[in-house]
Design a protein. Structure first.
Length: 100
């Protein structure tokens, strides 16, 4: 017989971000999904969650002197973001500063 109630969830960057911001580790999210899922989670899905979860909470947009600055906790993440075509078009290279 079919269950009377079925719960369906959609994992989005926003929902993953909300989970991480409340202190839930990305690996905990994966373990919970694996435990509650009816089917085995595909490795590509797990890797996508890890990839997205890697950057959550590690960057911030800061307003100083009427200008926006992008700050990152890891230089490799900042380099990855700055290599994005849309972000790169907005950069003023003179504004790229090292640690204070």
């Amino acid at each position: 017989s079919r269950p009377e109630f079925i719960h369906e969830y959609q994992i989005t960057i926003l929902s993953l971000s909300a989970a991480v911001s409340t202190g839930i580790d990305v690996e905990q999210v994966i373990k919970i999904l694996a435990r509650l899922a009816k089917n085995v989670l595909e490795e590509g899905f797990i890797q996508a969650i890890r990839r997205q979860g890697f950057s959550i909470g590690k960057t911030k947009l800061v307003l100083r002197n009427n200008r926006h600055f992008l700050e990152a906790s890891e230089s490799s993440l900042l380099e990855r973001l700055c290599s994005d075509r849309d972000i790169a078009q907005s950069l003023i290279r003179g504004d790229v500063l090292g640690p204070d």
